[in-house]
Design a protein around this ligand. Sequence first.
Ligand SMILES: [Zn+2]
Length: 463
Amino acid sequence: MLSLTFLGAAGTVTGSRYLLDAHGTRILIDAGLFQGTKELRLRNWAPLPIPADSLAAVVLTHAHIDHTGFLPRLVHDGFGGPTYATPPTARLLRIVLPDAAHLQEEEARFANKAGSSRHTPALPLFTVHDAQEALGTLAGVPFGQRVTLRPGIEFTYHRQGHILGAAAVELRVKVAGGEHVTIYFSGDVGRYDVPILKEPERYPGSTFLVVESTYGDRLHDPTDPRDQLADVINEAAARKGVILVPAFAIDRTQELLYLLRELVEDEAIAPLPIFLDSPLAREATAAYRCCVQEHDAEMRELVRGGVDPFAPPNFEVVGRVDESKRLNALAGPAIILSGSGMATGGRILHHLRHRLPDPATTVVFTGFQAQGTRGRRILDGEKEIKIFGEMVPIAAQVRSISSLSAHADADELTIWAGAPGAPPSRVFVTHGEPAASRALAERLASRFGWRCETPSLEEAVAL
Ligand SMILES: [Zn+2]
């Protein structure tokens, strides 16, 4: 009558897709892309084990591509909607889905030109047209509002911090005897005591719980990121070089701008010229600025006082490509924030090609650098790196700020899960490397006595 199939984010952190079958009504919670190794990425080409048009609805937790990037393909394959998302998530999706589609099209074009694909012609997983069609299926649902999907099947969104609009999904399904069971999907759990967004709502209890475990076996660096950032910038500024920050467009860029403004105000760093050179991050920052309902008390206070929290002194947003190119003539000390966060694409590549050979340059990484990315190679100390087909020598200084993260660590996940409420009868620990998921499962089992499982990919369980 009630079953749950783990179609992604099982044994890995990407490809979040959970298929719930409730009395024959099929609901997909998240429609994420697999990212990372080639083996994982190839999974994106496999169709769902059920026809896309048999889905009654897709319910998205948040805008990250590993939770939403499969939606255009699903729509291409016949899913007609509705797709539910919180209004801020829907707003971010209008930025990220066409951008992801554009990248797919570009990659296919490049593969065809280089003859590097085994398939001729190489095709994009989805097109800009598919992304636009997917956006047409979106229905915005505010936090806390109950939505009836079918008689006896309802869901509610709960705030989860993490990034703008991020939610947990609480599904209520009527079962025999007029009773209800609840299935609570954590989505990605954010952190407490970080600026900008309201805090995650604690887990209220449910019959079943599906919880993420990205950092299930780790604790974040306890150093204040403000101190780390100030140290790195002061050291780099003393060399009079340019500070290149590969930044993730959503959340990390806004947090960096917020912290840089604070540091200048506190006179912890000099008011260096700061350039934001990322069209995607510019759009995301506008979304963060607008969604005032999501701001925490400190943000609201700043805005009320006439402060733009994301505009440090001497701040400039770079628009057109020729303006971006003009930054090549820029003399340090100055800061350039540009995407992408792992230097896998975007305008940061031009800046890296131009400035990596200069020993006065400092490259500052602000988040996890996945295996195989340029970011990881530079961080691992390689002496040269391939950009646009040519080898670029690396003489720049390389630093990493390890205390910035949008994910709860093992302690924070335990705080999130441990609020007094009905204990779950079964817990499924997902969205983590196998060791991280196992560690969180053991932690929750020993701390709370919960029955925890770490499902494998494509495993189906009867609830
Ligand atoms: Zn996420």
